[in-house]
Design a protein around this ligand. Structure first.
Ligand SMILES: Cc1cc2nc3c(=O)[nH]c(=O)nc-3n(C[C@H](O)[C@H](O)[C@H](O)COP(=O)(O)O)c2cc1C
Length: 142
């Protein structure tokens, strides 16, 4: 990770002093099986996570979990995708090797004709105001 203040590197990532990493990708994608085991990640997701397919594929999706994320958020995610087929919310993820990034995630359930379930997460960049609100809310949750 770059040590200089607010460095924009050649891959379009900006490393802020407190460890936050900003990205220029429009969206970050990943897919899991019904148990949350990763079966696909877009290049943009691998770049911001600082992981490759061997770090991600076959691993549970909590491999990118940030310790400050409240359990309640993931309880809501799994409850909603199983009952309603979708969930949206703000997620702070840990970057491998240090640092973190915020996303606004839409997680969808998809069932194929054989009845196999998978989940897809489409993440976009939240605004600074939305990140601040999510931080405030998450600080009050378990
Ligand atoms: C499609 C999909 C994408 C997910 N993306 C993330 C993610 O980016 N970060 C994360 O911490 N958890 C993500 N989760 C939730 C994890 O599966 C897991 O519930 C969460 O990390 C909490 O882990 P834990 O219950 O082992 O503490 C995702 C789940 C699904 C189904």
């Amino acid at each position: 990770m770059a040590k200089d203040k607010n460095v924009l590197d050649t891959e379009g990532l900006t490393f802020l002093e407190d460890g936050e990493v900003l990205y220029s990708s429009l969206y970050l994608l990943s897919e899991t099986d019904e148990k949350g085991i990763i079966s696909y990640a877009s290049d943009s997701f691998m770049q911001i996570a600082n992981m490759d397919s061997t770090d991600l594929y076959g691993q549970p999706h909590n491999v990118v979990r940030h310790p400050e994320m409240p359990r309640a958020a993931f309880k809501s995610l799994w409850g909603d995708v199983q009952s309603k087929g979708f969930w949206t919310g703000y997620v702070k993820n840990a970057r491998k090797g240090g640092g973190y990034y915020w996303v606004y995630a839409t997680v969808l359930r998809s069932v194929d004709k054989n009845g196999n379930t998978k989940y897809v997460s489409i993440r976009v960049k939240p605004s600074r105001e939305d990140i601040k609100k999510a931080e405030e809310l998450y600080a009050t949750l378990d």
